[in-house]
Structures are given as structure tokens and as C-alpha cells.
Design a protein around this ligand. Sequence first.
Ligand SMILES: NC(=O)c1ccc[n+]([C@@H]2O[C@H](COP(=O)([O-])OP(=O)(O)OC[C@H]3O[C@@H](n4cnc5c(N)ncnc54)[C@H](OP(=O)(O)O)[C@@H]3O)[C@@H](O)[C@H]2O)c1
Length: 384
Amino acid sequence: MNKGSEFSRRGFLKTMAAVGAALTLNPTINKVSAANTVLNGSNDSVVKKDGMEYRVLGSGKAAMEVSALGLGCMGMNYNRSQSPDKKECIRIIHEAVDRGVTLFDTAIIYGPLRNELLAGEALAPYKGRVNLTTKFGHEVIDGKGTGRQDSSRATVRRYCEESLKRLRLDTIPLFYQHRFDPNTPVEEVAETMNELIREGKIQRWGMCEVSADTIRKAHAICPLTAIQSEYHLMHRLVEENGVLDTCKELGIGFVPYSPLNRGFLGGCINEYTVFDVNNDNRHTLPRFQPEAMRANTRIVNELQNFGRTRGMTSSQVALGWLLHKAPWIVPIPGTTKESHLLENLHTLAFNVTDSDWEALEMAVAKIPVVGDRYNAEQQKQVGY
Ligand SMILES: NC(=O)c1ccc[n+]([C@@H]2O[C@H](COP(=O)([O-])OP(=O)(O)OC[C@H]3O[C@@H](n4cnc5c(N)ncnc54)[C@H](OP(=O)(O)O)[C@@H]3O)[C@@H](O)[C@H]2O)c1
């Protein structure tokens, strides 16, 4: 049994108990009012109404209750090739709110700046009722990313003020450090977060792609609400490097980004897919080269086979597997399509046994993953 299964059993039972309750109330995921959320301060998942499940990221003063699935806004105008116009993206974001989604993810570097502007405009009517999270760290000068990191106190304070304006918020519900800064000690970053929380500029904070050691140092100075790192059936590093164990021990939530492996596990991408070289980083990633995608299609086939007899799509299998791992895990799939949004949210309606998830996990683990997730330059920015 690997470390992942330690997360699976308790999380699965809680999740399925919650989903079962939801199904008793209503068999479909209906439109709900996002205003009906209350912090309960515990680490258990809770069902509010109409089939949407809510979970708690973090604990104590750092706790934040959010929908069990969030929406990643990045691909609506950055790094995921062509997308619909702004009006349609805003309509999809509003649809997500209507369906009970209360966690929306963006970052200063997405665009740069354009994605924050889009998310800010879309969610302005729901100010104070949903959580729009953003990230600092990548240096942006005159609207362009420099490729450097800057998490120094003065810069982060300035970025925070600028993000507040673009997001049309008085306070940021959760402000993540996007990548570690080799020139700014983690203790200094955590102190800056304490200042911003005291001043009411941010409510909580989180970190992306950092080691267990860094998480401990940061959390001791300013309690973390969530760690956001890549995690899905083709990339399970956080199970092995102590990050999930540390989150569990310290009561920190975990937000898996790219939960569909940048769309690959959805089954709509293959070796013939052409990415827009001007607006899609996937063409630079080893795992998205044609040879790698051809080999890795075996993994998508495994998910499709698993889903076929259960009436699930491969995306729902991928998201369901993450959700069952622990009740403090909240994936943030991105999409530009209403149909995919509804498909992904419908994941919460399925009932899969613990042993079935384990069988899937073992079947997938037997298939070698071809190609690294990042190229050398991007790998250097990850703090492991
Ligand atoms: N912290 C970090 O360093 C970091 C890094 C990357 C991403 N993120 C965050 O994570 C979010 C999600 O990541 P991501 O966009 O890289 O990857 P993802 O969520 O794994 O995949 C998104 C892709 O999957 C496709 N998709 C979504 N639902 C689908 C479905 N049901 N069937 C088939 N395809 C489907 C989307 O295409 P369609 O538009 O056609 O649906 C989109 O291109 C981002 O928006 C961002 O907020 C954070």
C-alpha cells in the first residue's frame, strides 16, 4: 500500500457520506445561491444544499469554507490556446456561481494582469459571497513577466494593492506565493503576510510548489490556509515528498492545480493536437510532445475504461479520484466551456467504492508516464 492510500480511506468515507446526503436531498446538481456558506471551522466536508458539497481549507483563524470543486480562470485568456470572448467567459463564471462554486483562481502573471481583470469584472457582483484567490511572486514590469521572482516585502505590498484594484476587492480572500523567491527568505514572506492580514488587505495566505520544510517554516510564522501544487493521476509527487502528510498534520488545505493534467486526462487532446504557440505553454512541456502524448494515451484509456461501466467521463474519474483522497482537498479544474463546467461539477454525484478507486490507482501506476511535467527552466522555479 502506498502513502496515497492513507489519504484515500478516511477522505473517501467522508466524501461519500456527504455525497450520499446530497443525493438524498436532490439527485442533480442544481443552481444554488452561493451566499449560503458558513465557516464551520472543522476539517470535515459538509453539504449545504442541492448537491453542492463544501469543504474547509485550513484551520483555526486560517480556515476558509469553499465549494468542493473550484474554477481555475487562467485558461479563459491565458496559456490554454484560443478561448471564447470576454462576455462568454463571464457568463461561464456566473454559471459556476449559480451552481454553487465559491472558489475561483487567478494570478498576477496570468495574462499578465488580464486574467485578474477578467475574474475581477466577472465576480464583482458577488463581492463578499465568493472567494477569488490570486498569486504574487513572478516579477511583472509594465505588464510583462520578466522571468524573475520577487517576493520582497515592498514588492509584495505593491502587488497586493494593485491586485485589489484589478480584482475590485477590498480584501483578498487568499493570497498565494506563486513560486519561491531565492532572494527572499520564507520567514520574510510570512511576516509580510502577517502585516497584510493585520491591515485587512488579505484574509489568508497560501504557497505553491514548496517543500514540506518550507511549509513548516512559513506556517510557524503565519498560519497557511492552503498549499496549491500540481497533483493528479499522472503526477503524484506530493504524496511522496511529505507535502500532503505535512498539510494533514498541520491542518492546512490542499488545492491541486491542473487536476486534469492541463486537459490531457479529459481525453480531448492527443498527439495531433496543435497548441497556439503564442498563448499556450503546453507546446513547451515535455509531456505534451507528440511522442509523449501518444504513449500517455494509455492512461486516458484506463480512465475511460473505468468510467464506462459507471457512466463517468475520464474528467470525472480524474476529479473524483482527487476528491476521494481527503476532505481537505479542493481541485480547481479550468474550462472555457459550459458543458465541461457542468460535467466536472457532476463528479460530486457519483458513488465509487474505496476499493474501486484503489484498483484504478494501481492500474494507472503500472503505466509509465512519458515526459517530464516541466522543462528545465520551469523546473528550476519549483521549490523541491
Ligand atoms: N499554482 C500554479 O502554479 C498553477 C499552475 C497552473 C495552473 N494553475 C491553476 O489551475 C487551474 C487549472 O489548471 P490548468 O488549466 O492548467 O489545467 P486543468 O484544469 O487540468 O485542465 C484545463 C484544460 O482541460 C480542459 N477541460 C476541462 N474540463 C474538461 C472536460 N470535462 N473534458 C475535457 N477537457 C476538459 C479545458 O479545455 P476546455 O476549455 O475546452 O474545457 C482546459 O484546456 C488554472 O486555471 C490555474 O488557476 C495554477
